[in-house]
Design a binder for this molecule. Structure first.
Ligand SMILES: NC(=O)c1ccc[n+]([C@@H]2O[C@H](COP(=O)([O-])OP(=O)(O)OC[C@H]3O[C@@H](n4cnc5c(N)ncnc54)[C@H](OP(=O)(O)O)[C@@H]3O)[C@@H](O)[C@H]2O)c1
Length: 322
């Protein structure tokens, strides 16, 4: 019989790829969404369900409503908690817009897990390298960040996204320890790669669209592929010995490299030249994910090419013709 799993925030960029890979493997997937009425946000998930071997049901659940996830989590073997706001810009109320849904939302989901400890074997939480790397003074030259590092330098008013990820992970670990269930965290760098939905509101998608159309890029140079992130989540659930924190990141690349890759692959378009970057001496140790999960990562040139190919196909990005 197919195993049942829950994916929170199923509409998201990462979660969509995770749902896709779970359906390809034949899982019975329960996806949570904020609203079932928003057809634009769920249409691509319904299409995946129709096309792939597994089975997907969608459920409304509210991160800020205690008990909202009780029914959907009940009977699940694994719970993948991905839902959390992801944006780095200013917010008039960062506590309400970023920190509460991340921290209280994680607690809400995990309290539901506590009530279903008899069936839930493991929780896989989507954390971030934002909970690991300290960036306030800029990249530390020569530093190789590992799963032992914690970013504890941000606050709600100074780096609220980073703060939200550190606090959400701390809250999750403390609840798991207190209530006695297993939790594994995945720490992606900035996620790129192919898109499966026509929506363009995810930060990853918007960032690549901004770069190919106008040369705008204000993000970090440490990237990873959405397919590898989804795979890492599944391996973190399925590999019995998986434990702790897993960083998934490639060595840093300047936007100049992205521009070169895209210019060679799409000679019909003119891409912005990009820039060199001074972060090349700061990196992440990903050997834990490679050794313990057996994760193999896509080379980044494939990530960029596949992302831009799907953005063009879906009419999301329109690079300038030559
Ligand atoms: N993309 C990256 O580069 C990256 C890197 C490291 C970690 N992460 C983490 O990966 C996870 C998913 O990110 P993503 O890139 O896939 O972002 P995304 O496409 O914006 O997806 C975010 C998901 O969270 C849900 N969500 C956001 N705010 C919510 C709220 N207040 N209440 C309920 N649901 C809410 C969204 O629901 P709606 O569809 O209804 O908006 C969506 O399903 C997040 O935990 C993020 O911190 C992302």
């Amino acid at each position: 019989m197919a195993l049942t799993v829950t994916v929170t925030g199923a509409t998201g960029f990462i979660a969509t790829e995770l749902v896709k890979q779970l359906l390809e493997k034949g899982y019975d997937v329960r996806g949570t969404v904020r609203s079932l009425k928003n057809e634009e946000k769920v249409a691509h998930l319904k299409a995946l369900d129709a096309a792939l071997p597994g089975n997907l049901t969608l459920h409304e659940a509210d991160l800020l409503q205690e008990g909202s996830f009780d029914d959907v989590v009940k009977g699940s073997e694994y719970v993948f908690h991905t839902a959390s706001p992801f944006f780095m810009g200013d917010s008039p109320d960062a506590q309400k817009d970023l920190v509460d849904p991340a921290v209280m939302g994680t607690t809400t989901v995990l309290r539901s897990v506590s009530k279903s400890k008899d069936t839930v074997k493991r929780v896989v939480l989507t954390s971030s390298v934002a909970a690991i790397m300290k960036m306030k003074k800029g990249p530390l030259k020569g530093k190789v960040y590992t799963d032992k590092d914690w970013n504890d330098e941000n606050t709600v008013s100074d780096g609220p996204y980073q703060y939200s990820k550190t606090e959400a992970e701390k809250a999750a670990r403390s609840l798991a320890e207190k209530d006695g269930f297993e939790i594994v965290t995945i720490h992606p760098a900035f996620v790129m790669g192919p898109v499966t939905a026509n929506r363009a509101d995810a930060t990853s998608i918007n960032t690549m669209k901004g770069f190919v159309e106008h040369g705008e890029y204000s993000f970090f140079p440490w990237h990873c592929d959405v397919r590898d992130i989804a795979r890492a989540h599944i391996l973190a659930a399925e590999v019995p010995a998986a434990t702790g924190r897993y960083i998934v990141a490639q060595p840093p690349v300047p936007t100049k490299y992205i521009s070169q890759v895209l210019s060679e692959h799409f000679p019909q378009y003119k891409f912005p030249p990009g820039k060199d970057d001074d972060s090349s001496e700061t990196s992440y140790d990903v050997s834990k994910a490679e050794k313990e999960l057996g994760l193999q990562m896509h080379p980044l040139h494939e990530t960029y090419i596949d992302m831009v190919t799907t953005l063009i196909q879906r009419g999301i990005a329109k690079p300038v013709p030559k």
